[in-house]
Design a binder for this molecule. Structure first.
Ligand code: PRT
Ligand code: ZN
Length: 292
């Protein structure tokens, strides 16, 4: 195993949990080569001056703020809750969830203000207190470290404030959402003084370019198709591409080949419209890296 190198930029990521697989995937898509075994404590990248440390997600904001590591990948929820001063460099578009206030479905409470004087159980007491204080609703916040969703059924609290992603845990526990405290996704965060170390700051800039390239590639698909030349203006309107689509002649003067990129989130709508315009032989490929 390679040793930690004081010269390298240090990145803390979650050792084992919801964010781990997607984080490792993203780092690999960004072209970083490293080993990652189950018993891992840290990995040194073979082709980039970066050491990866595997830690509990709760510790990441503090490690970054204190300069134990230079960078961290962690949910925004923990940055908000721990109130550690860190710089948010890049939103990574996974680990999406919301801190949601919820009540039992058979409860009479339909409005936040009705929670005044009641107990709210949460693992996010700082954010939850602030949320109710900002709305001038006096609640008693009870801090629970896990299984927050069962506290109303146990009579411990009237409402909860818990992270929700699919919503199945709320359903399973007969709870309905009342309000959103904050939205979260995973973030790349940095120590606030990183910029003072020019060498490390330059490495982080290189890392950011790679990560942005990997993220943009996930957002787009590359598509190629044969199209009636007459339909080109309308095809351009549907798929503007990055600058503009590439149009190549075919053996038939009435037909052209069009190459362009389409955003993943509107992909199916675009394909349906292209078919209505008479395009044929639509080929779709994933993009490995993309630099806009
Ligand atoms: O061991 P370690 O401390 O590192 O991990 P952990 O167990 O504290 O965290 P982990 O792995 O559960 O979550 C890591 C991060 O994933 C969180 O900090 C969030 O940023 C993000 N994330 C995204 C979530 C969820 N979605 C999520 N749904 N974290 C937790 N949940 C829980 C939630 O608390 C509730 O119990 O999942 C349940 C609800 O899920 P749904 O899908 O039923 O709505
Ligand atoms: Zn945790």
């Amino acid at each position: 195993m390679r040793k930690l190198n004081g010269e390298n930029v240090k990145l803390a990521i979650q050792k084992e949990g919801r964010l781990t697989d997607e984080t490792l995937n993203l780092l690999r898509t960004a072209g970083l080569h490293f080993e990652s075994y189950k018993q891992r404590l840290f990995s040194a990248c073979r082709n980039f001056p970066l050491d990866i440390l595997y830690v509990r997600d709760d510790d990441i904001p503090e490690y970054v703020a204190e300069g134990v590591v230079d960078l961290g990948i962690v949910g925004r929820n923990l940055v908000v809750e721990t109130q550690q001063p860190v710089d948010e460099l890049l939103a990574l578009d996974y680990g999406h969830c919301t801190l949601t206030v919820a009540v039992p479905s058979d409860s009479d409470i339909t409005d936040l203000s009705q929670l005044a004087g009641h107990k709210v159980a949460t693992s996010y007491p700082v954010a939850t207190r602030r949320f109710f204080a900002e709305r001038k609703i006096e609640v008693e916040v009870i801090t629970i470290s896990g299984s927050v969703e069962i506290t109303p059924a146990l009579g411990i609290a009237t409402a909860i404030a818990d992270l929700v992603s699919t919503g199945s845990s709320l359903k399973l526990n007969d709870l309905v959402p009342l309000a959103t405290v904050f939205e979260s996704q995973s973030l790349l965060v940095a120590n606030c003084k990183l910029g003072e170390n020019e060498r490390k700051a330059a490495i982080v800039e290189r890392l950011l370019l790679r990560l942005r390239g990997a993220l943009a590639a996930r957002e787009y698909k590359y598509i190629m198709m044969n199209a009636p030349r007459a339909a080109l203006p309308r095809i351009f309107a549907i798929t503007p591409g990055l600058k503009s689509p590439t149009v190549l002649p075919t053996a038939d003067p009435d037909w052209v080949a069009v190459h362009t990129v389409v955003r993943e989130d509107v992909f199916w709508e675009v394909i349906e419209q292209l078919r209505l315009l008479g395009t044929q032989g639509i080929l779709v490929s994933p993009i490995e890296k993309m630099f806009i």
